[in-house]
Design a protein around this ligand. Structure first.
Ligand SMILES: *Cc1c(COP(=O)(O)O)cnc(C)c1O
Length: 399
């Protein structure tokens, strides 16, 4: 008998995590300290990108990416309706227009063929960028997206919130890590507690583009630079006195663009760094849990959406499609199993409906929404707990 709540996802905090956070809050820096750069370096190495910029959350990461890519009033950007709203909202923060394209009903990912149809139907220059999402942890084939984007001069932001540690195999069979930015211009991650790596709140942007990297660093902290080479005001102005010197005073800095305070704190970075050490282990555990679900549900008529274990899948979520989803959801809830729905299609949120999106626009996403359910999936889910979840599902459909 299991009598505690089993959520769909949760963080895994160890004594080591607690120790490093205590040490960080006892140090000289609560924010803007050495742990930020350490976390950025380690994270860049983990995903295989050149640069990483730690920010206050995944939504801030998306906002800064849209700003760095210069999204402006009226710019059209394509994304998937089956994602967390932030993937689309970042375009709106900059006054751009979100254009949804339907998902592939088998992978649940943004369907590249639907994107191609959109692009072909308008004159070149109509669209500015694409935001594909590694939904549930399944890696998007970004090589294919890069090819398409290049034909139309588009940028790509990979929303990899679900997929740190995930990868896809490119056309030469080489593994391409989510967020390595070999194909996307920028990639973003979230460190919300349900994601693979938890900071409480937190996010990361990865890129291989030095110009974008520098823009992001400035945008993260009010658009302020302390790099002398970039200063535009004169040395005399900076010193507030006419001087023979060519040296800027130590207090000097310049706000050159309109930025934000989207910084991560040092103790959050310390926690993220500690969590990162166990990230690969966490994915192994997630794959084990996914394998058990796959084996159990294979051939069961009431469960659909079993694709077999997908190579490189980071299994942030384990999604099934079922008939009578509401009934199953409530039955599980009655047994303190808090399965969840990911996601209510973004284009049908009242906010997006005001732009003309309506039911029927994205048939695959809407059918998916009718049947989908995310089952408990997190590294500390025990064998006994998973068995309890499976037993309750089978029990429900026996009735
Ligand atoms: C969690 C998430 C975000 C936003 O991240 P926050 O850290 O919660 O702001 C964006 N996109 C996707 C796909 C997510 O799952």
């Amino acid at each position: 008998m299991i009598d505690k709540v089993i959520p769909y996802g949760r963080q895994n905090i160890t004594q080591e995590d607690i120790n490093v956070v205590i040490a960080a809050i006892q140090s000289d820096y609560l924010t803007q300290g050495p742990k930020i750069l350490e976390f950025e370096k380690a994270f860049a190495e983990y995903v295989g990108s050149t640069f990483a910029v730690a920010v206050s959350n995944g939504t801030a990461a998306l906002h800064l990416c849209a700003l760095a890519l210069d999204v402006k009033e009226g710019d059209k950007v394509i994304t998937t309706p089956i994602t967390f709203a932030a993937s689309a909202n970042c375009v709106r923060y900059c006054g751009g227009e979100v254009v949804f394209a339907d998902i592939d009903p088998d992978s649940y990912l943004l369907d590249i063929n639907k994107v191609r149809v959109l692009l072909e139907a308008s004159p070149k220059g109509t669209y500015k960028g694409i935001i594909p999402v590694d939904f549930a942890g399944r890696a998007v084939d970004l090589e294919a997206y890069r090819k398409l984007a290049d034909q139309y001069g588009l940028w790509i932001i990979e929303d990899a919130c679900h997929a740190p540690g995930g990868f896809f195999s490119d056309s030469t069979e080489e593994a391409q890590n989510c967020g390595n930015s070999n194909f996307a211009d920028l990639a973003i991650f979230s460190f919300h507690p349900v994601k693979h790596i938890a900071c409480g709140e937190g996010g990361m942007i990865t890129t291989n583009d030095e110009i974008l990297y520098k823009k992001l660093l400035a945008l993260r902290t009010h658009g302020i630079t302390k790099n002398e080479d970039d200063y535009t005001n004169s040395v005399d102005f900076a010193n507030a006195i006419a001087t023979e010197s060519t040296i800027y005073p130590a207090w000097y800095m310049e706000m050159q663009t309109l930025g934000f305070n989207y910084r991560l704190t040092d103790f959050q970075a310390a926690l993220g760094l500690s969590q990162l050490q166990r990230a690969a282990e966490g994915i192994e555990k997630r794959r084990k849990i996914a394998t058990t679900y796959e084996k159990t549900f294979k051939g069961k008529s009431f469960i659909k959406g079993q694709s077999g274990i997908v190579e490189g899948h980071a299994y942030h979520l384990y999604v099934i499609e079922v008939d009578d989803r509401l009934g199953l959801y409530n039955y599980l809830r009655g047994n303190k199993i808090f399965a969840q729905i990911h996601y209510i299609p973004c284009h049908l949120m009242p906010y997006y409906k005001q732009f003309g999106w309506k039911e029927g626009d994205m048939p695959n996403a809407e059918t998916y929404y009718r049947n989908c359910l995310s089952l408990p999936m997190y590294p500390t889910l025990t064998v006994e707990e998973q068995k309890f979840v499976i037993d309750k599902i089978e029990e429900y459909y026996k009735k």
